[in-house]
Design a binder for this molecule. Structure first.
Ligand code: PGA
Length: 300
């Protein structure tokens, strides 16, 4: 019964406030006044019988009821997207929205694939998010996107994953480094400073897992979230690193970086396309998933 008393418009306003976590910023984005936004949120709270936001000092946060409502709004949004693309399909063309989120390293190769997809389906609107693995896992948990590209699908969530491409992690050094050209164990480099991706990244997960398994420790001089910055700093002689080969693009030679010959390396993982098992994929999402799997096969 409350459903009829809450309008889609009010739900859109609620979702915008939840996204910005601010009544005034949301009002500005929606071209409304702040009191108009507050009234809509108040109306929702009255219809539900519970507040959806709570105020702590100057900050607002979602209440438990607000979190439930936000998850429901996302489901409604999904259903609407599927409806739009189904109608577009009935009309004989592919239209709709595709929301893809990538881990940082995938940005070195995936946008090219997305570009090809865009050329084939120019009427599909694409929303792309890039963040490290930890944040992508959070986005999966909140059902924020259609598809995710990562190499370590979260075990703690009920997801389906489709492996489509190899992902190899290599040890890199500047070309003048003493270890270049030698066959080594990673332990031989224990005294060297390392520049690694930040905790929470998929890359760091892979390295930390390997270190834990082999009982080794590395001297981490710097942790940072940018593959490009790590590449440049290693090239300038600040230390060594372990990165996905894809993060180098064509830059390795240009920067004077050399892959070291280390036992057990490259560490081999696989890029996967991931979605929540409960997610009913829209036509654009199905089409993009199909393209990625096909391009993976072509590269094998
Ligand atoms: P990252 O993820 O960019 O967060 O390090 C890489 C990966 O999943 O392989």
């Amino acid at each position: 019964m409350t459903r009829r008393r809450i309008t889609l418009r009010q739900l859109e306003t609620f979702a915008e406030v939840a996204r910005c976590m601010s009544f005034s910023v949301a009002a500005e984005k929606l071209h409304l006044t702040q009191p108009a936004v507050s009234i809509q949120i108040k109306h929702i709270a009255e219809a539900i019988g519970l507040p959806v936001f709570e105020q702590t000092g100057r900050e607002i946060a979602l209440t438990a009821a607000g979190q439930e409502l936000l998850a429901t709004v996302r489901d409604l949004d999904d259903a609407w997207n599927r409806f739009e693309s189904a109608i577009a399909d009935l009309k004989g063309f592919k239209r709709g929205k595709l929301r893809v989120a990538l881990v940082t390293t995938a940005k070195h190769f995936l946008p090219r694939m997305l570009g090809q997809f865009y050329q084939r389906y120019p009427d599909i609107e694409i929303e792309l998010e890039i963040a490290n693995r930890e944040k992508i896992v959070e986005r999966i948990r909140n059902n924020q996107d259609d598809l995710y590209v990562m190499s370590l699908p979260p075990r703690e969530l009920d997801v389906v994953s489709y492996p489509f491409l190899e992902n190899e992690f290599v040890v890199l050094a500047p070309e003048t480094h003493w270890a270049v050209g030698q066959r080594l164990q990673l332990g031989d480099l224990a005294a060297e400073p390392f520049l690694l991706r930040e905790p929470g990244s998929g890359t760091r997960h892979v390295i930390d897992d390997y270190l834990r398994m082999s009982g080794l420790e590395l001297k981490v001089r710097l942790s940072l979230s940018s593959n490009e910055a790590i590449r440049d700093l290693v090239a300038s002689g600040m230390g060594l690193t372990v990165l996905s080969r894809q993060a180098l693009a064509e830059k390795a030679e240009q920067l004077g970086l050399v892959e070291l010959d280390v036992v057990d390396f490259p560490l081999r993982r696989t890029w996967s396309v991931v979605h929540l098992r409960s997610k009913l994929l829209s036509l654009p999402a199905k089409a993009f998933l199909g393209e990625l799997l096909k391009s993976g096969e072509e590269q094998r």
